[in-house]
Design a protein around this ligand. Structure first.
Ligand SMILES: *[C@@H]1O[C@H](CO)[C@@H](O)[C@H](O)[C@H]1NC(C)=O
Ligand SMILES: *[C@@H]1O[C@H](CO)[C@@H](O)[C@H](O)[C@H]1NC(C)=O
Length: 393
């Protein structure tokens, strides 16, 4: 080989290795932006500055929060950014002790208009107890904050996040596409009001897997405009179950379509598999829902469709829901109910449920010699395999 060829070869190798180094993510450590991991010093500005740098970066970048406690007030992380951002949190983000500081804005931590972001690890402690106490006392309280919200974000991964004691909902996914939520842990007391675990609405292609949710409201709540939602390996309870709804409060409402919940366990929850709609006119719908391989342990209402939601019997002029429910399958649902009527299908008189299928259902009444019962109203469908309680379809 001629000398000049060796020379060019070396040059190419050096150039290639430089490119590789450049492609590696730049790390923005919040400590270098002035954050103090003492749980006392306001770290909002350091986090926002780290975000601004990462968001400007042409290369992939990483925001890193080492172990420790970081006090955060309301923070909004806005995109679009120029490349992928990974946020790795080894520490805990804590809200101020005074619940009014975050409680006035509906959001504690908000990500908006971002494509391609991962949140890895981290614990969020919103210290919601003061806010719940305010609401219980019937005083004038602020609106309250959801702990972490993604608005209009695409290609999102949330992995290994823990959230405790949110004022309102823990994790909200609104108007997003392609979101993976895995191995998250959510905890709030049984009686904490409206502390839903994960709320999804107006979003397509959300997956929630391997997550444990113990809370005071729905473990997962599903709002209008949710499509292609996959949920598996969910542990729910205490809490109000996995709920589609409440839907149909408004006349014009986007439908809910193509949801699967599989390989999940409900323990001591108020509901298991619930669909709930207002008894009001609406053009919304719920269709193509699949529940499979579900274990119920002492669940209050293991299977329930309630189309007659009308708190205080107000604002429901025709007492019939316009939400059209069709094509829901329940397959291999087993375990125990704490109420006698373990399966309730209370569908709309003006808009009956159609194409409901039951296969291999074995739910018994806990600690009792009597059999569980089922209730059907305005419903059509089919059954196969073992159906306990006796089917009313
Ligand atoms: C996210 O960004 C990474 C790094 O730039 C890229 O490889 C990946 O394709 C992006 N993902 C999506 C869904 O755009
Ligand atoms: C239904 O949702 C799943 C993801 O949960 C997706 O893979 C599938 O393509 C969707 N089906 C249709 C018909 O859109």
């Amino acid at each position: 080989m001629a000398d000049y060829m060796v020379y060019w070869l070396v040059l190419i190798l050096v150039a290639t290795s430089m490119c590789t180094t450049e492609a590696a993510a730049t790390t923005y450590n919040v400590i270098t932006f002035g954050a103090k991991p003492d749980g006392q010093t306001d770290a909002s500005q350091p986090f926002l500055k780290a975000w601004a740098s990462a968001c400007r970066s042409v290369q992939q970048s990483k925001i890193y929060a080492p172990k420790g406690r970081y006090l955060l007030k309301q923070v909004t992380f806005t995109g679009p950014c120029r490349n992928q951002i990974k946020v790795q949190i080894d520490g805990t983000l804590v809200a101020p002790d005074d619940y009014r500081v975050i409680g006035n804005s509906n959001y504690w931590i908000l990500f908006i208009l971002i494509n391609n972001i991962s949140i890895i690890g981290g614990t969020l402690d919103a210290k919601g107890a003061g806010f719940w106490a305010c609401r219980r006392s019937g005083k004038n309280c602020p609106v309250g904050a959801n702990s972490i919200t993604f608005n209009r974000a695409n290609d999102v991964v949330i992995s290994g996040l823990t959230s405790i004691n949110s004022q309102l909902m823990h994790l909200v996914i609104n108007s997003c596409n392609n979101v993976m939520v895995r191995n998250v842990g959510i905890v709030a007391p049984d009686l904490s009001p409206n502390t839903d675990g994960i709320h999804v609405q107006y979003s397509t292609g959300v997956t929630i897997t391997g997550s444990s949710i113990k809370t005071g409201d729905d473990c997962i709540s599903i709002g209008p405009g949710t499509r292609n939602l996959w949920m598996e390996k969910i542990q729910c309870g205490p809490g109000h179950g996995v709920s589609i709804g409440s839907l149909g409060r408004d006349y014009n409402e986007a439908g809910v379509q193509n949801l699967t919940l599989t390989d999940s366990v409900f323990s001591g929850s108020d509901n298991g598999l619930r669909v709930k709609t207002w008894a009001r006119p609406s053009n919304g719908f719920v269709r193509d829902i699949h529940y499979r391989n579900i274990l119920m342990k002492n669940v209050h209402n293991p299977i329930i469709i309630d189309q007659n939601y009308c708190p205080s019997n107000q604002g429901c002029p025709h007492q019939g829901s316009g939400i059209k429910i069709s094509s829901i399958s329940y397959e291999n649902i087993q375990g125990t109910s704490t109420t006698e009527v373990a399966m309730i299908f209370d569908c709309s008189p003006i808009n009956p449920c159609t194409d409901i299928s039951l296969r291999d259902i074995k739910i018994s009444l806990v600690n009792s010699g009597t059999k569980a019962k089922s209730y059907c109203k305005n419903i059509g469908g089919r059954t196969s395999g073992v159906i306990l309680p006796d089917n009313c379809l």
